[in-house]
Ligand binder design. Structure first.
Ligand SMILES: Cc1cc2nc3c(=O)[nH]c(=O)nc-3n(C[C@H](O)[C@H](O)[C@H](O)COP(=O)(O)OP(=O)(O)OC[C@H]3O[C@@H](n4cnc5c(N)ncnc54)[C@H](O)[C@@H]3O)c2cc1C
Length: 395
């Protein structure tokens, strides 16, 4: 697990310094909702990351990326996760990262030219529009959004929400039913919808724990009201929407889990630094209290265990493919999400009232990363499917 090559070690050290020196100082702008100055400064940092050759760590070199393996990108993702803004600066933020991967894999030459290349260059953003308020996202084979063929077009009608980063996105990849009478896993397709077409309406950025956010840091509710796009906007084969979505999720879960570990490490550092500094009586630092010591020890153990589990899953995907690693991927999805909640909770509690403010990033993560147990498959669904597969081996 410690077989980091000298080249990767150098990359990680450069990125760590970049995150610490250039990105973390911008966090107060996000925490104070000063989005416009934030976006201007982030653009400068993106240009700098690009010029340093640290752009698109997860993307093959022939597409202008760093060409890292999943394990290597996992290591990078952990360091980027230390900041609220890290992934965005290096153009490997969700949902664009997943959309890039499926466009590389399934896009036609024309789709790549029109949508993928500007996304890779960081000129535009995108969103992924699958979940619907009226239907359970945990059962993605059940949805109401339809795409009906008319002439050479698809006409799309439906209602989506939690399309992350829809605000300001140039296109959405939309999951819609194209083959209603097919087997349930073969009914939906993925279709590229430019957000400027008539009938596309961003209703609002949904308020999440009191924050609507803006731009890439938001979750949009969208109406697709008879949106008409050419059938050439179909991504992959018709009816393959569910299979492509599954393909997108395997590496995506490694990226998320390593990002969560980066969050844990930063929260852990903040907790420890606060505990040794804050005195509960003259000359008596918080760090002397056994409860705090327990939190430090438990958090350290859980973060270390989580990292090893995620790297193990990433090695397996790199070596044997996603299907072989589906148990490991389900295990890390709920295990690391749980570690994240516990570490953030302890770090917040150790800071007292300060933990509830936005003077540190802990409260922002505490609000927004509660969702880690819900998106990319709720914990309960992963536990159920991995347990059923394990039990089958005993039947
Ligand atoms: C911050 C955030 C970002 C998101 N980004 C996107 C995005 O970019 N694009 C997109 O399309 N969607 C996105 N989503 C939506 C996400 O994918 C769904 O919320 C998720 O799939 C769960 O669907 P649901 O919310 O409809 O919950 P439901 O399916 O209604 O489930 C509700 C709860 O029921 C329980 N449950 C469900 N099934 C089972 C089961 N089989 N066994 C036991 N318990 C079960 C779970 O506890 C679950 O949390 C995002 C969500 C959040 C919170």
């Amino acid at each position: 697990m410690n077989d980091i090559s000298p080249e990767l070690r150098m990359i990680l050290s450069t990125i760590r310094e970049f995150v610490q020196e250039e990105i973390i100082p911008l966090e107060p702008l996000l925490l104070n909702h000063e989005y416009n100055p934030l976006m201007a400064q982030l653009q400068e940092k993106r240009d700098k990351a690009h010029s340093l050759g640290l752009w698109l760590p997860q993307i093959p070199q022939e597409y202008g990326g760093m060409g890292l393996t999943l394990v290597e990108h996992g290591r990078v993702s952990e360091i980027l996760g230390r900041s609220l803004l890290g992934h965005y600066v290096f153009n490997c933020q969700a949902p664009d990262a997943g959309n890039m991967e499926i466009l590389i894999e399934h896009g036609t030459p024309e789709q790549k030219e029109t949508y993928l290349m500007p996304l890779l260059r960081g000129e535009i953003r995108s969103c992924f529009s699958m979940t619907e308020p009226e239907n359970p996202g945990s059962n993605p084979t059940w949805m109401s959004t339809k795409a009906v063929k008319e002439g050479s077009d698809y006409v799309i009608t439906g209602h989506k929400w939690f399309s992350t980063a829809a605000d300001g996105a140039t296109f959405a990849i939309v999951m819609a039913i194209t083959n209603p009478t097919a087997a349930k896993h073969e009914r939906a397709s993925q279709i590229i919808v430019p957000t400027a077409v008539p009938g596309f309406r961003l209703v609002r950025n949904t308020s999440v724990m009191g924050e609507r956010g803006m731009g890439w840091a938001s979750h949009g509710e969208i109406m697709y009201d008879g949106v008409r796009v050419p059938q050439t906007n179909l991504l992959g084969p018709e009816g393959a929407g569910f299979a492509i979505a599954q393909e997108r999720l395997g590496p995506g879960r490694i990226h998320h889990c390593m990002r969560w570990i980066g969050i844990c490490e930063r929260a852990f550092d903040l907790m420890c630094a606060h505990a040794v500094r804050r005195e509960v009586a003259p000359g008596r630092p918080l760090a002397e209290q056994q409860t705090i010591q327990n939190w430090v020890a438990e958090s350290r153990a859980e973060i270390n265990a989580a990292r090893l589990m995620v790297l193990d899953a990433a090695y397996k995907i790199d070596a044997q493919g996603q299907y072989a690693a589906r148990d490991e991927v389900s295990l890390i999805k709920f295990y690391v999400a749980g570690v994240l909640q516990r570490v953030l909770d302890r770090a917040l509690q150790a800071h007292g009232a300060l933990g509830m403010t936005d003077e540190t990033p802990i409260a922002y993560w505490y609000r927004h990363e509660r969702a880690a147990r819900i998106y990319d498959g709720p914990d309960e669904v992963h536990k159920r499917s991995v347990a059923r597969r394990i039990l089958q081996r005993y039947a």
